[in-house]
Design a protein around this ligand. Structure first.
Ligand code: ZN
Length: 156
C-alpha cells in the first residue's frame, strides 16, 4: 500500500523522532492526547509568540509507526510558522488523509510521505493524531480556528 520510498521516510521518523523532548520554560504549554482508535498516546508542548508564531514545539509519545512518524514530521512542518499558515497545512493534511488529495499550493514537506495512508482507513486517526492534538492546543487562537472554519473542516 505505502510506496517504498515513502515508507523509508516514515520509518526514519518513527525510529528517530524529531523534536522528541519535553519543552519547558516561560510561556510553554502542554496537552495530553490519546488516539481514540489505536491506543497511541502523546503529549504536545508548544510556545506561541506575541506575533502569533509557533515559536517552539515538541512532543513525547508512544504508539504505532504511522502516528509517531506523523507527529515527528508535523513538528518539523509547523515549527517557527505563523498560526494561519499552520492552519492551512492542517487543512491540507486532513484532506490528504481523508480524501486522498489536497491543495498542492500548500507546502507540506515530508508529510507527503503519508499520502498512502488514505487507503488505510483504520489508520486515518494515527496519521492525523498530532493535528488533532494541535486543534485542541490552538483552540483559543482565533486565526487558527477561523482558517479552519472558513475551509469547512471535515474532521470528526
Ligand atoms: Zn496508531
Amino acid at each position: 500500500m505505502l510506496d517504498a520510498i515513502y515508507k523509508t521516510v516514515l520509518m526514519e521518523h518513527a525510529k528517530h523522532k524529531m523534536n522528541h523532548f519535553e519543552l519547558k520554560g516561560p510561556g510553554s504549554q502542554q496537552l495530553y492526547y490519546k488516539n481514540p482508535t489505536c491506543g497511541d498516546v502523546m503529549s504536545l508542548f508548544w510556545i506561541v509568540s506575541e506575533d502569533d508564531r509557533l515559536e517552539s514545539v515538541s512532543f513525547i509519545g508512544e504508539g504505532c509507526s504511522i502516528s509517531m512518524a506523523s507527529v515527528s514530521i508535523m513538528t518539523q512542518q509547523i515549527k517557527g510558522k505563523k498560526i494561519d499558515q499552520i492552519a492551512q497545512q492542517r487543512q491540507a493534511m486532513e484532506q490528504m488523509i481523508r480524501i486522498g488529495t489536497w491543495d498542492k499550493k500548500i507546502d507540506i514537506g515530508d508529510a507527503a510521505s503519508l499520502e498512502g495512508v488514505h487507503q488505510l482507513r483504520a489508520r486515518h486517526n494515527c496519521a492525523l493524531m498530532g493535528w488533532q492534538a494541535l486543534d485542541k492546543a490552538l483552540d483559543s487562537h482565533e486565526k487558527y480556528q477561523w482558517t479552519i472554519k472558513k475551509k469547512n473542516s471535515i474532521f470528526k
